[in-house]
Write a protein that binds this ligand. Structure first.
Ligand code: NAP
Length: 293
């Protein structure tokens, strides 16, 4: 039982988007272990079916799969129709599906950038509206939206991604304020780098020591949710400290630090930017801070 949201896990239904792998797959497993029935959504139908079969065998819960491409604007409405046809009401929505383009903005096709907004923002908004409405009408429910440590500052070389995650954080905090009185608890979770397939295909040079596990992220997120938090910080301390920089430093300096951080992660070559301004004090300070976090 979540004390704050009065959500009874056992026997109720969670919908988890992006449940085929990574953090979403682990969310489904941990919720199933608490006795929740789960609705698993993603594009990879075979992976979803295998996971659903394993969860129902292991925990004796009902696991339903819905193959959906959330880059399609109609997908959230198709999910609603499918669930209504099965008489399933969602008590906990985990808006987890998402992806992040890395590299310079102009190196991406516009279509890729638009799909990133569609999946990370538009689908999340539509699902929150659809299921938030029915939760509010019933006077109970929960919504957890996956934001990121990227939510706290502009992030050169992951510009579109970080902007989508800033939306998720701000949106979630605001509607938590609106929906709390209706018995619906909304929370954003802001993980740092997590060991999933998220960085597959990117040029990242981070080592395995730089990543948290999906299980740790999920357990800390649910612990924060159960304590009634509106934002969860399930990453390590250094990730949390980095989120404070934008509160205290000038915005132009924060952007430079962020650019250096994506460079340090191997997502671009930051030296180009520094050599443009070899005697620029702000850039040298930014470099020192980026090395420290
Ligand atoms: N890993 C990190 O370092 C990190 C850090 C902070 C925040 N996050 C956030 O955590 C969430 C989960 O990411 P992850 O790390 O677990 O990544 P992941 O391992 O790549 O998993 C992403 C999930 O999203 C689904 N998905 C992607 N595009 C989709 C689409 N068009 N339609 C439906 N489902 C789609 C994928 O399923 P299919 O491919 O089967 O469709 C998959 O299940 C994301 O919102 C991400 O932004 C991750």
């Amino acid at each position: 039982m979540s004390k704050f949201s009065h959500l009874t896990y056992r026997g109720s239904y969670a919908l988890v988007t992006g449940a085929s792998k990574g953090i979403g797959k682990v969310f489904a497993e941990v919720l199933a272990s608490r006795g929740m029935n789960v609705v698993l959504v993603a594009r990879s139908k075979e992976l979803l079916s295998a996971h659903a079969h394993s969860l129902s065998e292991k925990y004796g819960i009902r696991a339903v799969t819905i193959g959906a491409d959330l880059a399609s604007p109609r997908a959230p409405f198709d999910i609603r129709t499918e669930l209504a046809s099965q008489n399933i009401e969602i008590d906990l929505l985990i808006n987890n599906a998402g992806f992040g383009l890395s590299g310079s903005f102009l190196s991406h096709d516009l279509k890729q950038e638009e799909e990133q907004i569609q999946v990370n923002v538009q689908a999340l908004t539509a699902l929150t509206h659809i299921f938030g409405s029915s939760m509010a009408a019933r006077g109970r429910g929960g919504i957890i939206n996956l934001a990121s440590n990227s939510s706290f500052q502009p992030l050169p070389y992951m510009a579109g991604y970080a902007a989508t995650k800033a939306f998720v954080l701000y949106f979630s905090e605001a509607i938590q304020h609106e929906l709390a009185a209706k018995g619906v608890h909304v929370m954003a979770s802001c993980p740092g780098p997590t060991a999933t397939s998220f960085f597959d295909g990117t040029s990242t040079n981070m080592s395995s020591r730089d990543f948290d596990s999906s299980l740790s992220v999920v357990e800390k997120t649910l612990e924060s949710f159960d304590r009634g938090k509106s934002v969860a910080y399930p990453g390590r301390a250094s990730v949390r400290v980095a989120t404070w920089l934008s509160r205290f430093l000038p915005r132009s300096l924060v952007v430079r630090i962020a650019a250096l951080a994506t460079g340090k992660m191997g997502l671009h070559n930051p030296r180009r930017h520094i050599s443009d301004h070899p005697s620029d004090l702000a850039t040298r300070i930014a470099k020192r801070i980026a090395e420290a976090v």
